[in-house]
Design a protein around this ligand. Structure first.
Ligand SMILES: [Fe+2]
Length: 360
């Protein structure tokens, strides 16, 4: 993918500041629709961070956001960082702490572990520490670097900017305490989720299959992650929206179908630790073929329930027949259901979709 972007930029003689910056990091870049196992991706030393890393630029990110993997060796810490783009961090393995500060405000430190999710507030200094001397930490970062770098086209402004966004963070003592405030039916304001794998979810029945979800508003960011889960023997309704939703599988086993209206379907198989990104306005549909509920975390580009932002919001709970962006079960291609039954037969999991179809 990066090769294609590069070739395209040259063809039109356009400066791609983000790609130029990425090239300068000298890290491997993973492309395609998804990554089967984030834990087994080989990483290389990353001078800027002081640990190991690899970039992930999936087709569905559409140049809005990107992802990277970073490892903090046992007993080590990364170099302090500050940047004028939003970032979400999900801890894949290990435990440790992050120190956050701004000029003129107190230094705050909070701890995290496998399953933790947080967002260093925009342009704050932050430094990550591995809390153990015997195991590395591996985390996934999803950032808005592509859009910020290609809007500003000046790395000094992005990485060496003294402006303090007090509206986002002013050194508040309990900012990262993990306290939560329910601000919508399935939306929580919090700046640290200690373990997204254990978060209690609320029914999200309009999306089908007895599913449940919870969305987080974090650190005043446009990026608004959510956790979703659906039961054994079920699949969700197909829907579509803007690109950039990095879907990380937290538990379970199954597959997803991704397709542009009228086009061929791309199948992505997943399990705990897989990542994929549905391309912009492609329908996508998730199928659980495992023996446990499938839970995933979606780190998005800008689909906030608080800010209007710059991306078009989809109507993911409204049928396409009513002008929305969801395909109801009764309107889907029968092939979808046939394939799922075939996959269930292979895996031995029980069909539990009968309640959603009058004909069983
Ligand atoms: Fe989606």
């Amino acid at each position: 993918m990066s090769q294609e972007i590069r070739a395209d930029s040259r063809e039109h003689s356009l400066i791609d500041t983000y790609q130029d910056w990425l090239d300068g990091q000298n890290l491997p870049t993973i492309t395609g629709y998804g990554v089967p196992d984030l834990m087994s991706v080989p990483l290389k030393p990353w001078e800027r961070k002081g640990g190991l890393g690899a970039f992930i630029r999936l087709i569905g990110a559409e140049g809005f956001n990107d992802a990277y993997l970073c490892e903090i060796p046992a007993g080590a810490s990364l170099k302090p960082q500050k940047h004028l783009f939003d970032e979400l961090i999900y801890i894949l393995e290990g435990q440790g702490a992050t120190r956050i500060w701004n000029e003129g405000f107190p230094v705050r430190t909070f701890e995290w572990q496998k399953g933790s999710l947080f967002s260093p507030p925009l342009n704050t200094w932050h430094q990550h520490f591995n809390g153990r001397g015997d195991k590395p930490v591996r985390y996934l970062g999803v950032t808005l670097a592509p859009v910020f770098l290609n809007l500003i086209n000046d790395l000094g402004f992005i990485f060496n900017n003294d402006y303090v966004f007090k509206s986002r963070y002013s050194g508040e003592e309990h900012y990262f305490s993990g306290k939560t405030k329910l601000v919508g039916e399935r939306t929580t304001e919090t700046n640290l989720v200690p373990d997204v794998r254990a978060v209690q979810l609320k029914n999200s029945l309009k999306r089908g299959a007895g599913g449940s979800s919870m969305r987080f508003l974090m650190s005043g960011s446009l990026m608004s992650p959510h956790v979703s889960e659906f039961p054994v023997g079920t699949y969700k309704k197909a829907h579509r929206h803007v690109g950039g939703a990095h879907v990380i599988i937290l538990s379970g086993k199954g597959y997803s179908l991704l397709w542009k209206e009228g086009g061929p379907r791309v199948r992505v198989d997943w399990r705990d630790g897989s990542l994929f990104v549905p391309p912009a306005w492609w329908f996508h549909q998730h199928f659980n073929t495992g023996a446990e509920p499938a839970r995933y975390l979606a780190l998005k580009a800008g689909d906030s329930k608080k800010f209007k932002g710059i991306l078009q919001h989809a109507q993911t709970e409204t049928s396409v027949k009513l002008g929305g962006d969801q395909i109801e079960y009764e309107d889907e291609d029968p092939e979808i259901r046939r394939l799922y039954r075939e996959e269930l037969a292979k895996s031995g999991a029980e069909w539990r979709m009968a309640q959603f179809f009058p004909d069983g």
